[in-house]
Design a protein around this ligand. Structure first.
Ligand code: KMH
Ligand code: ZN
Length: 276
């Protein structure tokens, strides 16, 4: 079994400082947070950024500032979000691709998202996929609902691959979409190709630990962080993203599975080596 890749979704677009006072929002806070997470065992950072009011933005300059601060401190794989925040246009959401990140998220279908709708129709996902292919940015297919896997596989079949393997992230427990019961994760993992594919998953809110433990049992990878869940225990806030990373790293190690360093994760994912 490969070493465990822990991805940190440390910022998000919807989590507020009120809900989690330790949420990193400035470039320096995000850089320092990513470094502590690497130290604790993470190898990838799913990156959203915030403006001066801590509101979500997809502005290229704000991403560039956060990436610069991360890079001063850690070689963690940086995966920029193209999901952005609810209601953003496709052009807004695409901006961080101009910075040539190693990876970017790509949701392949529309989903209910709380009281909102996370809009990703065929035209949008096709454009996003083609832009990633053209730039050599590896997509992470973010799957909230089962049919989104079929959509992603259709894109790969029609337009060709966007790298030597496909990487998937099952996001379970968003109100309005699939929940994080073990049978759902088992079902989704079963739908992706058994060869040339890697996967991670995350449980939203109270689904964080059930999804994590199921992923470890299945030999998959894990995503966590304040975008997805702000609690360490029920009603007890996590002190920082690194605390959530550390717990999963310890659990995996107890089970005989070490965490991957960023460079080891690059090899597992067949990404280009990081040029320091
Ligand atoms: N903020 C959500 C609406 C992504 O980053 O690609 C979507 C999201 C997915 O966070
Ligand atoms: Zn995200």
């Amino acid at each position: 079994m490969d070493k465990l890749i822990i991805t940190v979704a440390g910022v998000g677009a919807e989590t507020t400082k009120e809900a989690q006072p330790a949420l990193p929002v400035t470039a320096v806070e995000i850089g320092a947070d990513a470094a502590r997470c690497t130290e604790a065992g993470a190898s990838m950072f799913h990156l959203h950024v915030r403006d001066a009011n801590a509101d979500p933005t997809q502005a290229k300059e704000v991403f560039a500032a956060a990436i610069e601060e991360i890079r001063k401190r850690t070689d963690i794989i940086i995966q920029t979000s193209t999901g952005g925040a609810m209601g953003m246009t496709a052009d807004e959401r695409l901006q961080p691709l101009e910075l040539d990140p190693e990876m970017a998220s790509l949701t392949t279908g529309t989903a209910n998202f709380g009281d909102d709708v996370f809009f990703n129709d065929t035209a949008l996902m096709t454009e996003f996929y083609q832009r990633m292919q053209a730039k050599g940015v590896r997509p992470e297919f973010e799957i909230f609902e089962a049919g989104q896997i079929d959509n992603a596989l259709r894109l790969v079949k029609k337009l060709g691959p966007a790298g030597p393997l496909t990487h998937w992230d099952f996001v379970l427990g968003v109100p309005g979409s699939m929940n994080g019961e073990p049978r759902n994760l088992v079902f989704l993992v079963d739908q992706i190709p058994s060869e040339g594919a890697t996967w991670t998953c995350t449980g939203i809110g109270r689904w964080h630990m059930p999804v994590t433990m199921t992923a470890l049992a299945l030999g998959g990878n894990v995503r966590l962080g304040f975008e997805d869940n702000v609690f360490y225990h029920k009603g007890v806030l996590a002190k920082e993203n690194a605390a959530l990373v550390g717990r999963v790293a310890r659990l995996a190690k107890e089970w005989g599975r070490e965490t991957a360093t960023p460079d080891e994760a690059r090899r597992i994912l067949k990404l280009a080596p990081y040029d320091k």
